[in-house]
Design a binder for this molecule. Structure first.
Ligand code: SF4
Length: 231
């Protein structure tokens, strides 16, 4: 499970920074609303992008790029991740990792090794609804451990929840809020229909802006800052 995509420039994927995005293939979840199904289901058919190619690109943009964002798929499933990030770090770039939180040991090693400067962790559901929402078996204790790592590690972080009608409602916001009480940042992301892993979500209507504002107010009771995205 290597790097399957490289977006050369993004102003949106690392708060306040200009980065390149590395897309890792493969994921252990099957979120029905996933907007990158090819990377999740058909990653074996996509060609690999070598670490050398990535490094060459980053070096050619030195001074214009602050760093990279490793996303997926699920980047922590790649056994090559620490080595790739280590090489990028040696070149002096900042590193953000997006994760679904299923590999706390990998996350802990990245933190201890100084290989990550910012972690964005998805919280897909309240603890008791996880398997239902992610469409896969899941060790919720691993997700809990990852939550703890973010809260305690001292590395900059954010939690993110995609607010999908039918999967996330008021009670779920409260349950997740209690779980991450005191967190520095929780982003509530608007669900985007269109290209989704489960075709039945392709035409699902997102929550309206007013309802998203209500969720944001509710979430703000639990965390230091709540941000609405995509609304
Ligand atoms: S949305 Fe779900 S299935 Fe898609 S990459 Fe993220 S964790 Fe995996």
């Amino acid at each position: 499970m290597g790097i399957k995509g490289l977006q050369k420039t993004s102003l949106l994927d690392y708060p306040g920074k200009i980065v390149s995005i590395l897309f890792f293939g493969g994921c252990n979840f099957r979120c029905p609303y996933c907007y990158n199904p090819k990377l999740v289901l058909d990653h074996d058919q996509l060609p690999d992008i070598s670490t050398e190619e990535v490094l060459g690109h980053l070096r050619s943009r030195r001074g214009m790029l602050d760093g990279i964002c490793a996303t997926g798929g699920e980047p922590t499933l790649s056994g090559e991740l620490p080595e790739i990030l280590s090489k990028i770090k040696e070149d002096g770039f900042l590193i953000k990792v997006d994760t679904n939180g299923t590999n706390p040991d990998v996350l802990q090693d990245l933190v201890r090794g100084g290989l990550v400067d910012y972690i964005a962790m998805d919280l897909k559901a309240s603890p008791d609804r996880y398997p239902e929402v992610v469409g896969a078996e899941v060790e919720v204790d691993d997700i809990r451990k990852s939550v703890r790592i973010l809260l305690d590690s001292g590395v900059e972080y954010e939690f993110r929840t995609t607010v999908v009608p039918g999967l996330i409602g008021k009670d779920d916001i409260v349950a997740i809020g209690k779980w991450i009480r005191g967190a520095r940042l929780w982003a509530l992301q608007q669900f985007r229909p269109g290209q989704t892993l489960d075709p039945s979500y392709q035409e699902l209507r997102p929550y309206g802006a007013g309802q998203m504002e209500e969720f944001s107010k509710l979430a703000s009771r639990f965390v230091r800052k709540c941000e609405l995205r995509g609304v």
